[in-house]
Design a protein around this ligand. Structure first.
Ligand SMILES: [Zn+2]
Length: 491
């Protein structure tokens, strides 16, 4: 009964995939949004005494960010970004007069005369930042970064700009210093207001986030190679220029705020699409978190539900490279897409985006020179396994569940994919990729020309939840089975 245990565990465990929905904590009993990891000894041994000092000071900074984050989180959907008595209608109305209400940084408060007022974040959190000695620690870390043979003046400049931003609110100057460095710093700090997940009320306000870790130089170089290849495929395929994306595989020591609350395995910074275009962006994989999620969930689903003959001679290390790359490719898709293309799809928007990015990741993977065909096939199999993991978590992450179920749903309907004795299998890999390319083409044309109704029809046709019954009972999906749109699945 390993399967049942796995299902049970899967529902409890974190999902290795992107942007989870925050768990609701009981009122007044938030768990600290702070996660500690171990940095491998070999990585620590490469640091000189000044770098060790930088790491220690920044670890203190990150630890203190947790209490800034606590000033933003609340047990209801609102977060502490808006006055408790403000309605959405009032905020929307007032935002037309005062656009700062909608901008990601300022906090909205009720003035004495009853009107809404905005306070810049560096002022609102200023006293707490000062009390915690955060600016002071950042400046100390900057001084240490300028010492010794391994001194890093660009990183030093970045830390000083970060300290300045906390006092003057010029966040962009700090981002520019971070993203324009000509190398990845050995010890790195991510710190600022990012991601709207905590503002479940209006999805506008960023919350405090921070991480500190030591570079994994080999894996970073490999991942940057893959990223550059993937982006150049994307440019050719889409006829557009892609913004620069820097990748960092980080032996994370500590993270706090949003990434800790959301149990991120990875995230892209900064969050404003216009800034990403102008300054480029950095995709950080928090290696210990990624590994944990891969080893405990993704690999299990992969081994349980994929035809074993497809993975003969495939080691876990090979699968984990492939998982890392698939994950990276999917996330790159998000940093390349534009919000405007999706607006008319309303509630269907989010799964459509996920589907688009996942198909782009799988199809693009196949085209990359220097990557074996076997590897891209394993990436495809990993994507099927992601579908199962979303099934195990439903209905919490409905959009991912939909997107990742539509891929096998489509391929089964096309007669390309089969379920035999509870495992996905396929005959001819090239034919399978042709079907995936065709599916991607259909999705792309929905995004460019489709109406909301077309997208809903697509969903009805391919969102086939019955496949999980066959996976879980270890049975075979009959080739003559007519899929009835919207049929419920047994629990
Ligand atoms: Zn995604």
């Amino acid at each position: 009964m390993t399967l049942e245990r796995d299902i049970e565990n899967s529902t409890k465990r974190r999902h290795p995939h992107r942007h989870p929905v925050p768990t609701r904590a009981e009122r007044g009993s938030f768990k600290k949004a702070l996660v500690d990891f171990d940095v491998p000894r070999e990585a620590l041994e490469t640091l000189d005494r000044f770098q060790i000092e930088v790491l220690a000071k920044l670890k203190t900074v990150v630890g203190r960010v947790e209490s800034l984050f606590a000033m933003q989180e609340s047990s209801d959907d609102k977060g502490k970004f808006y006055p408790e008595d403000a309605s959405k209608a009032e905020l929307n109305r007032e935002a037309e007069i005062n656009p700062a209400i909608d901008s990601p940084y300022p906090v909205v408060v009720r003035a004495e005369d009853g009107s809404l007022r905005t306070i810049p974040a560096h002022i609102y959190y200023g006293a707490a930042i000062k009390n915690k000695g955060i600016v002071k620690r950042l400046k100390e870390a900057a001084r240490e970064a300028g010492k010794g043979k391994k001194r890093d003046s660009q990183f030093q400049t970045y830390l000083n700009k970060k300290a300045d931003a906390l006092e003057n609110g010029d966040y962009k100057a700090a981002e520019r210093a971070w993203l324009s460095m000509d190398h990845e710093p050995v010890v790195d700090l991510m710190f600022g207001l990012y991601d709207t997940y905590i503002d479940r009320f209006r999805h506008k306000k960023y919350a405090w986030s921070a991480s500190v870790g030591v570079l994994n130089p080999e894996l970073t170089a490999h991942s940057q190679w893959f990223t550059d290849k993937f982006l150049s495929w994307w440019e050719k395929d889409n006829g557009k220029e892609a913004p620069r994306v820097r990748v960092r595989i980080d032996h994370t020591r500590l993270y706090a705020g949003v990434p800790a609350r959301m149990e991120f395995a990875a995230e892209s910074y900064p969050c404003q699409p216009e800034w990403r275009k102008e300054l480029g962006s950095k995709f950080i994989i928090f290696e210990p978190a990624f590994k944990d999620q891969l080893d405990h969930r993704w690999l299990h689903a992969f081994r349980d539900f994929i035809d074993p003959s497809k993975m003969q001679g495939i080691t876990d290390a090979f699968v984990s490279t492939s998982a890392l790359r698939l994950y990276t490719a999917h996330e790159l898709g998000h940093s390349l897409e534009t919000e405007e293309d999706f607006e008319r799809f309303q509630n269907e928007k989010d799964w459509l985006k996920e589907l688009d990015c996942e198909l782009e990741a799988i199809v693009g993977y196949r085209e990359i020179e220097g990557v074996s065909k076997k590897e891209s096939e394993i990436a495809f199999a990993l994507s099927l396994a992601s579908g199962y993991m979303e099934f195990a978590r439903r209905p919490r992450r409905k959009d991912y569940y939909k997107a990742f179920t539509q891929i096998p749903g489509y391929l089964i309907q096309e007669g390309i994919l089969r379920i035999e004795n509870g495992k996905f299998t396929w005959q001819n890999t090239e034919e399978t990729f042709d079907a995936l390319r065709k599916m991607r083409h259909q999705v792309k044309s929905l995004i460019t020309n489709g109406r909301l109704r077309d997208v809903q029809v697509f969903d009805r046709n391919y969102f086939n939840q019955e496949i999980y019954n066959f996976l879980l009972t270890g049975s075979t999906y009959p080739s003559d089975l007519q899929f009835e749109a919207g049929s419920p699945i047994q629990n």
